[in-house]
Design a protein around this ligand. Structure first.
Ligand SMILES: [Zn+2]
Length: 340
């Protein structure tokens, strides 16, 4: 009898090794509202696939599952992926090496899963109001993980790059009384047009900008007819101190804890960091991981990055990654979120 107890399957698992949590996600949490391929509302049930139903679109005739296009798409160990996401949400981000060990997965899987999770966190995209604080942060242009690049050019550690503005990845950090945003701006020197692109639409109702005494900030402020306040003049203001500390924490987190993040991915780390330290996202395993736009975005990141390098850096886009997915462009992207 005791042998049976030892080898009895975990009661929370069904016979086909799918957890109740995952079944619940497929059966109740994921909303199947339209065909992920063409957006048509006309689709019918079309048999089963493993533990879930399959659908067929009456318009484009393609079949799909409830999870098609979500972060769960093409993941074999879905339950493990959910635990992985739960872990990040609970404990924060730890090194990929530790994640590989803990979850017994390959480095590339740990890397892919982390990015799928980061991409699923929604952007906080509302307008700013009243007085805002603004600061620029920079990291060296980083091509970590990219194959074929001479080593010294990967993370810019060569002294030549350290003092060259052309290799500085700029992040703009902005905060009003309610919320903050950190955005990837450009690589190179910071100019007024970069703020315009990222924030002009969201700053129609602001009254004052408190920021470092830099020419580009001043120009931006004058252009908007808003008060320009120098950081230094408010050095004892506790909100500004907190803002600066938070930005510094982000730098330390990227440089020391994560040992640098590729410029290609840094935008999503910005978003995660803000969400995590301000606790502004709720448990995201069910809510966010099942958005339909994660898979297409995930597979198109390289293209967005190529576009970013071409438009907002003076560097050459080179050494593209060789990983390709056939289906990414075929998706119907109604809820598209641009991250660059
Ligand atoms: Zn369709």
């Amino acid at each position: 009898m005791w042998i049976f107890i030892i080898f009895a399957p975990n009661i929370s698992f069904m016979s086909n090794n799918v957890s109740k949590e995952l079944l619940n996600i497929y059966q109740k949490v994921i909303n199947v509202k339209h065909c992920p391929w063409c957006g048509s509302l006309e689709f019918v049930k079309h048999g089963k696939y493993k533990f879930t139903v399959r659908y067929k679109c009456k318009n484009c005739r393609r079949t799909f599952l409830p999870s098609t296009g979500t972060s769960l798409h093409y993941i074999h160990k879905k339950d493990l992926f959910l635990s992985y996401a739960n872990f990040i949400q609970r404990e924060g981000m730890v090194s990929l090496k530790k994640m590989c060990k803990r979850f017994e997965i390959a480095p590339l899987t740990a890397f892919d899963w982390r990015h799928k999770i980061l991409m699923s966190i929604p952007l906080n995209d509302k307008n700013f109001l009243g007085e805002i604080f603004m600061q620029d942060l920079w990291f060296l242009f980083n091509q970590k993980g990219r194959k074929g690049i001479p080593n010294s050019r990967k993370t810019g550690n060569d002294p030549i790059f350290l003092c060259d503005d052309n290799f500085k990845t700029r992040i703009l950090s902005v905060k009003d009384n309610v919320r903050g945003e950190m955005k990837l701006s450009n690589v190179g020197s910071l100019e007024k047009q970069h703020f315009q692109r990222l924030f002009a639409k969201k700053m129609k109702k602001i009254k004052a900008i408190t920021c470092p005494d830099m020419e580009c900030f001043k120009k931006f402020s004058t252009n908007r007819n808003t008060n320009f306040i120098n950081f230094e003049s408010k050095i004892n203001n506790s909100k500004i101190r907190t803002f600066k500390i938070q930005n510094q924490m982000f730098k330390t987190w990227i440089n020391k804890r994560l040992k640098g993040v590729a410029t290609k991915y840094i935008a999503m780390y910005c978003n995660y960091f803000l969400g995590f330290i301000t606790q502004s996202f709720e448990p995201f395993t069910k809510k966010y991981l099942i958005q339909k736009n994660i898979w297409p975005f995930y597979t198109l990141v390289e293209e967005f990055y190529a576009d970013f390098v071409t438009r907002y850096t003076s560097l050459e886009y080179a050494f593209p990654t060789k990983r390709k997915w056939k289906t990414s462009k075929l998706y119907y992207l109604k809820e598209w979120q641009f991250r660059y």
